[in-house]
Write a protein that binds this ligand. Structure first.
Ligand SMILES: CC(C)(COP(=O)(O)OP(=O)(O)OC[C@H]1O[C@@H](n2cnc3c(N)ncnc32)[C@H](O)[C@@H]1OP(=O)(O)O)[C@@H](O)C(=O)NCCC(=O)NCCS
Length: 423
């Protein structure tokens, strides 16, 4: 049995931050009802690669869900929504500020309808404070949560991370909050409101940079490869520095293309073995005992020279060859993997992290798999739903509506977009 088999979720989320969360919960077995605007989640049509097919953005974030379309701007639609609320354990949304309140369903109303329900909300900046009314997307959250300010090099512009820490990162935070609140609701009989702000989630993921921010009050950051000094105030962007107590950097390898790099961590314990291996090739047979590098303190001070030497050694090797040299020495390292490398990687396939699926509109396609592996309830990944594919099924099976009632509601416009007003 899947871990969340007995959990039903009314999923009003759209775009990425919310759907990431509900997809994970669906992969753990929850019955996720994607409750869509009759026009559909806007991402169904965004950056389409196959004409008239749901976009990969949508299909990759909405697997294992059922889709119902309901017009929340009609009285009948609101009634269907209220009926569904009574049948669900969790409701979740990531609308812009005030949207649910405009439907007449703020948290107070929702818990009045179902006191046991847990509600999850993602907002750019939460429901309190001076930023509460602002909308947000991934890079806005990265800009405001400390990620962009600390990514890049000091004399260049700030950079966004390729990983979607603002959207998917926030979805992960929400999943944790929802599961905790659900656990409590099952004991207490009382639901609660779980809020995650994207800016807060990014700050959480930048926690170690705030360690460094406070250390700057006491002295320089000796492990940084870029200049720092006491009282500097803000943590500088530090390129590919490891960010931890151990020195690390990306080393350029043969044939020196865009992704011909190996990230190496020169862990304290491995310096001797590493220096013995590379020293002779560099004409420095005594590198391991060279006082410039003998202790971690010296290596921190002289790290530019150390990286130059390791880069020199790497010139003759590809990233995979260098990895093969360093692995037996127990040096923590990893090649920079391109998307192409990953899509073809044996390890990735073996761990079911690049999963082939079929879709009625687009045929074969791939999704990134489930990164959380439960030994007794492994995820079975199923394609995303077409718009409104399960409307009748949900109305009948979950709400017990008869055919006659469904057809009356349909005629009243409960499941379709209101006709556009004439100009
Ligand atoms: C992502 C975001 C910027 C998109 O903004 P947007 O496209 O203007 O969408 P909003 O969420 O503000 O509004 C959705 C609209 O669809 C309408 N809608 C949604 N579901 C509906 C339904 N079932 N029936 C009828 N109308 C519906 C809403 O009423 C609203 O229209 P309104 O403004 O007239 O009330 C915004 O939703 C947001 O800031 N969300 C919170 C942070 C977040 O999750 N960001 C995205 C990360 S991927």
């Amino acid at each position: 049995m899947q871990a969340l088999k007995d959990v039903r979720i009314l999923d009003m989320t759209h775009v990425q931050a919310g759907p990431t969360c509900s997809q994970l919960l669906a992969w753990m077995g929850a019955d996720v009802i994607k409750f869509e605007n009759p026009q559909g989640d806007a991402t169904r049509g965004q950056l389409r690669d196959v004409p008239n097919a749901d976009s990969l953005y949508f299909t990759m974030l909405n697997c294992n869900k059922r889709s119902i379309t309901v017009n929340m701007k009609s009285a009948e639609g609101k009634q269907v929504f209220a009926d569904l609320l009574k049948k669900c354990d969790i409701i979740m949304e990531n609308f812009g500020p005030g949207v649910l309140e405009r439907f007449g369903f703020g948290w107070d109303k929702i818990r009045e309808v179902n006191p046991k329900i847990v509600m999850g909300s993602i907002k750019g900046f939460g429901s309190s404070g001076p930023y509460a009314d602002f909308k947000a997307y991934e890079n806005v959250a990265q800009a405001m949560g400390g990620s962009m300010g600390t990514t890049g090099v000091p004399d260049g512009p700030p950079f966004v991370a390729g990983a979607q820490i603002g959207d998917s990162g926030t979805g992960l935070h929400l999943a944790i909050g929802l599961l905790a609140a659900l656990h409590q609701a099952r004991r207490s009989g009382k639901g609660q409101y779980v809020e995650v702000a994207m800016m807060d989630g990014v700050m959480n993921l930048c926690r170690v940079k705030f360690r460094d921010h406070q250390r700057l009050a006491r002295g320089e950051l000796s492990e940084y490869s870029v200049p720092t000094y006491q009282g500097m105030g803000e943590v500088p962007r530090a390129g590919n520095d490891s960010g931890g107590g151990q020195l690390g950097n990306a080393i350029h390898c043969k044939p020196h293309g865009a992704n011909d790099w190996l990230y190496i961590v020169v862990q304290e314990a491995v310096w001797g073995a590493l220096a013995k291996r590379i020293g002779p090739d560099l004409g420095m047979p005594d590198l391991a005992s060279d006082p410039h590098f003998a202790k971690i303190g010296e290596r921190r001070k002289n790290q530019q020279l150390m990286w130059t030497l390791i880069n020199k050694f790497a010139e003759k090797h590809t990233k995979r060859e260098l990895m093969a040299i360093l692995n037996p020495l127990d040096v923590p390292c990893g090649p920079i993997m391109s998307t192409q490398d990953l899509a073809n990687d044996e390890h990735v396939r073996g761990r079911e992290m690049w999963v082939e699926l079929d879709h009625p509109q687009r045929g074969k396609w791939f999704n990134v798999g489930m990164p959380i592996k439960l030994s007794e309830s492994p995820a079975v990944i199923k394609r995303s739903p077409l718009l409104g594919e399960h409307t009748d099924e949900i109305l009948h099976d979950v709400l017990g509506y008869e055919k006659q009632k469904i057809s009356e509601l349909r005629s009243a416009g409960a499941f379709s977009a209101p006709p556009k007003k004439a100009a």
